[in-house]
Design a binder for this molecule. Sequence first.
Ligand SMILES: *Cc1c(COP(=O)(O)O)cnc(C)c1O
Length: 434
Amino acid sequence: MKYYSTNKKVKPVGLEEVVVKGLAADKGLFMPEKIIPFEPSFFKNIQKLSFQEIAFEVARKFFGEDVENEKLKKVVFDTLQFDCPVVQVTKDIWSLELFHGPTLAFKDVGARFMARLLQYFLAGQQRQVNVLVATSGDTGSAVANGFLGVEGIHVFVLYPKGKVSPIQEVQFTTLGQNITALEVDGTFDDCQHLVKTAFLDEELNQKLQLTSANSINVARFLPQAFYYFNAYARLKEQGALAGKKLVVSVPSGNFGNLTAGLFGHQMGLPIHQFVAANNANDIVYEFLKTGNYNPRPSVETLANAMDVGDPSNFARIMDLYGHSHERISSIMKGYRYSDKDIREIVLEAYQKHNYLLDPHGACGYQALNEYLSEGEVGVFLETAHPAKFTDIVESIVGKSHVPLPDKLAAFMKGEKKRAAIGKDFEEFKAFLLK
Ligand SMILES: *Cc1c(COP(=O)(O)O)cnc(C)c1O
């Protein structure tokens, strides 16, 4: 399968280049040239398949022309070593829990898949690939854990000293093996600047094969379609869909997660309506209402992984629906929530339904409460475990109401190892070359 750029200024390229490069040469986002739908019969019996089996069928539609079946199956099954279950919260609202992976957030799925697909393309080659990633917290942990132990790939995680939470820091500094954590004496922007400069540095690129594990990478974003299909299957299995229409609500920042769901929909997945839940960074909410897309600098909120002022996947959504505001605003309804709303929602869901939401999932949950009508059943994507935001969630529901999952506790016990560097590029370069 070939992939074209949303900017359409370069020729379509193959999957290997797409995965290694991430972004098209004209700075557009890669899109598959075709979306292959399933036969309706697939959805009749989908509940008989396991999550891994469903994911493999979905993966074959995207990657089946480029990766042999057995290899692709291994990539998918190795990626999904954890479940993405649906859990009932109210009569008609279910939570799709995406926090059962190694770093307790949905980005584990895409990061693990990308690592294994990259490894597939590197197999048999002598070269080592170096992944550079700048993080303000969560991306670093998902990427580092996703690539942990994957042969032929070394990951350098750059993070700003003193500016990530202790729980985030241990998730990429205690791993060892092929993961190197670099504590930068500077801000997140300094980290990002170092990484960007490295990609442009001729000598570095001559001596080292560098790549990014950016969230816009096709190999990180398309696998997110897997759990939409699984949610449908598991809801069907439990009889929750009987005669009802399915509504899916997605707490959104860069809109990669939601866009993956739209791909699923185009492959025939019976989703009646998507709901996009924003925090105060409501650029897409405004677009859906007015047709005007006005990106602006992001503001900080309690749901900080959704603090995005110019969602990168918006270009994919526009492309998918022929730039038609009418089509986009019909498949997708927008809602937005302030920090004050988020606090009230988390408290209400906990007190009334004994379900602990994280600040991101809270937006998704509430959007369903507002949208759903008779004859519909809703599922929201619970994108992270509430314990990843212990301070915030405890300040809402009270201390000792947010148990620390074993996986996070285990990270806390590990030995922190990192190298310290300044924000000067030459120092970073020397470190990479040694
Ligand atoms: C990254 C992230 C989001 C936003 O997902 P997008 O694909 O960027 O829209 C939402 N919640 C959590 C917890 C995240 O880490």
